[in-house]
Design a protein around this ligand. Structure first.
Ligand code: 13P
Length: 260
């Protein structure tokens, strides 16, 4: 591992409404100010509430260096006639400095293919965002022992066109390993598997980018909660977590943030 800070990200997905999310962020900030966790924290709210959450952070005088904001998804196009899409530059108006790309729900529910994911990665990095690329195998792929093959394909297809940009600034890309079968199921990958896959991701990144990649963060996601976070975060090559369900509970989420 490097001596970078851990990153703990809350992916709120398509949950809540203005009232409940304001309550959630207010409670979280209150707990955050008491616990003072040392990790970097990222909140990925539904895009329509970015401004609301940004205003709460400002109201409570929380530095955006400590709790950042990001977009759960961005358009593969810069701007133009793309009804319903959100451009990466629009998210900057709300102080976003992270994007999430290639989440398994985007790949599997919305059929985003690897070409689209590659475009999004490039656009996001070009726009100066810290870009979290999600990779992970399905249950069938896990059972057929294809995890590494799938992950290598996902990494290559998403990153090759951005290799030069990433080489010049390793901070611009973060990988999140989220086994599809571990998302929202209460089942996490085994600690051995997480260690093994994260090591494999590092080796693959070095090959794809043709340079040492020790400073590229790799997060684990998939049923991370307040009870299992510490044992996962302590593993080598685990530099943080991408949290879904447990991030919707301010107490559980602060406990996760405080567990390293
Ligand atoms: P859960 O933590 O609910 O399993 O979700 C993980 C995830 O998809 C985060 O992006």
């Amino acid at each position: 591992m490097n001596n970078q800070k851990y990153l703990i990200a809350a992916n709120w997905k398509q949950n809540g409404d203005a009232k409940s999310l304001i309550r959630l962020i207010n409670n979280f900030i209150r707990l955050y100010k008491k616990a003072k966790p040392t990790c970097d924290i990222l909140i990925l709210p539904p895009a329509i509430y970015l401004e609301t959450i940004l205003n709460r952070l400002k109201h409570h005088k929380v530095s955006r260096k400590k709790i950042s904001l990001g977009a759960q998804n961005i358009s593969p196009y810069q701007n133009g006639a793309y009804t319903g899409e959100l451009s990466v530059d629009m998210t900057k108006d709300y102080n976003c400095n992270y994007t999430l790309v290639g989440h398994s729900e985007r790949r599997h529910v919305f059929n985003e293919d690897e070409k689209i994911i590659s475009k999004k990665v490039r656009l996001s990095i070009e726009s100066g965002m810290q870009t979290i690329l999600c990779v992970g195998e399905t249950m069938a792929e896990y059972n057929s022992k294809s995890t590494k093959k799938v992950i290598l394909r996902q990494l290559k297809s998403a990153l090759v066109k951005s290799a030069n940009l990433i080489k010049s600034d390793h901070n611009k890309i973060i990988i999140a390993y989220e086994p599809v079968w571990a998302i929202g199921t209460g089942k996490t990958a085994s600690l051995d598997d997480i260690r093994d896959v994260h090591g494999y991701i590092h080796n693959s990144l070095s090959k794809i980018l043709g340079t040492k990649t020790n400073s590229i963060k790799i997060l684990y996601g998939g049923s991370v909660n307040n009870l299992n976070a510490a044992s996962i975060l302590v593993l080598s090559n685990v530099n943080g977590a991408l949290v879904g369900g447990a991030s919707l509970n301010s107490k559980k989420f602060i406990d996760i943030c405080s567990s390293i």
